[in-house]
Design a protein. Structure first.
Length: 355
């Protein structure tokens, strides 16, 4: 055991009487310590604390940047000060409230603000939380899903662009908790494929779609897409409206839906395809799109979907076609027979099938 006097020459004569008096408030005159690292740590802590108290810091507004002064008062300990400086150097100049990763409520309030700059700041804070793997509670998730549902229609381009980036992080962290919100997520992203967006923003929409396809159960996505295709209030109709831009937008959305289904089918397992009434209705609609007179892109995309579903689960898809009215059977059969003939794989069709 070693006894250390705070006023001894061990601390060095250069600090003076006033400095020693400050140290004595933090280190008792006679402190019993273990030899070695304990001694060094105690002296270092006392010196840092005395140095911090010797500096006067001006008052700071609540939302000044990380590079400014700490919220801690003069009695903050040295380890807190060091950790704050380390955090600042890593994150640069970001609003101070973002340091409080526990304060999710403030981040959500900003995301829901009517002021676009506050919404953007809120998204920045949320990105910081998500990148640090800060998971949200059930209540927080519910509120954020409500906010994000509105953000799909955010009028400010900068906010919407950052929203798409944040959405990808959100899916990565909380994909296991978002299945109830998947219908909104998937259908809203598909609708955005028909919006008049900058190329860079359009690419972010596509990335969000790709991440969605990779993150959620394929059978759940397929069922949602079948429902979305059948829903007259959701699916764009090429024959409605006379405005050229409106019709192009609808065409783009329809092609986006079909291409998403085709890509998903290539990743699905055969049992994921279920011959349900909703699937039959959706396939019937897709068959009609194979003869869409106004868009060759829609025709090609619809044909590709039918072929991919046939290849995914040939027996089940063949049974599905057999349950459809003859006009639909004839249209699909002709298409699939041509495909089998061109691919040289006529043996793929089951015996007794309409193919």
């Amino acid at each position: 055991m070693l006894f250390i006097n705070a006023d001894s020459d061990f601390l060095g004569s250069g600090y003076g009487i006033s400095q020693s008096s400050r140290l004595s408030s933090s280190v008792s005159a006679m402190r019993v310590l273990n030899t070695g690292s304990d001694v060094e740590e105690a002296v270092a802590d006392a010196l840092l604390l005395g140095d911090m108290r010797s500096k006067k810091k001006p008052a700071r507004r609540r939302y000044e940047t990380y590079g400014m002064y700490s919220d801690d008062d003069a009695n903050s300990d040295a380890s807190s000060a060091c950790s704050e400086r380390s955090y600042s150097s890593r994150n640069g100049s970001i609003p101070t409230y973002m340091r409080q990763t526990e304060d999710v409520a403030e981040v959500l309030n900003r995301c829901a603000s009517s002021n676009w700059s506050e919404r953007k700041e809120g998204l920045m804070g949320l990105q910081s939380l998500l990148k640090n793997q800060r998971t949200l509670s059930r209540v927080e998730l519910k509120r954020l899903c409500e906010i994000f549902t509105r953000m799909f229609a955010d009028p400010h381009s900068k906010v919407f662009s950052m929203f798409l980036e944040t959405l990808v992080d959100f899916i990565h962290v909380h994909k296991e908790d978002l299945q109830d919100w998947l219908f909104v997520l998937l259908t809203q992203l598909l609708k955005k494929m028909g919006a008049d967006l900058l190329g860079s923003v359009q690419a972010k929409v596509q990335k969000a779609l790709d991440v969605t396809r990779e993150s959620f159960p394929h059978d759940l996505q397929f069922n949602i897409l079948m429902r979305f295709t059948v829903d007259q209030t959701q699916t764009p109709n090429l024959k409605v409206g006379t405005n050229t831009d409106h019709m192009f937008s609808n065409t783009t959305v329809k092609v986006a839906i079909l291409k998403y289904i085709e890509t998903l089918a290539l990743q699905m397992d055969a049992p994921d395809f279920v011959n349900s009434s909703e699937t039959r209705l959706a396939v019937s609609r897709i068959i009609t799109w194979t003869t869409e007179p106004k868009s060759s892109d829609v025709r090609k995309a619809a044909q590709a979907v039918l072929i991919s579903l046939f290849q995914l689960n040939t027996p089940e898809f063949t049974m599905l076609l057999g349950a459809l009215p003859k006009t639909f059977q004839d249209g699909a059969t002709k298409l699939l027979q041509n495909h089998l003939r061109n691919s040289g794989n006529t043996a793929q069709a089951p015996t007794g099938s309409p193919l």
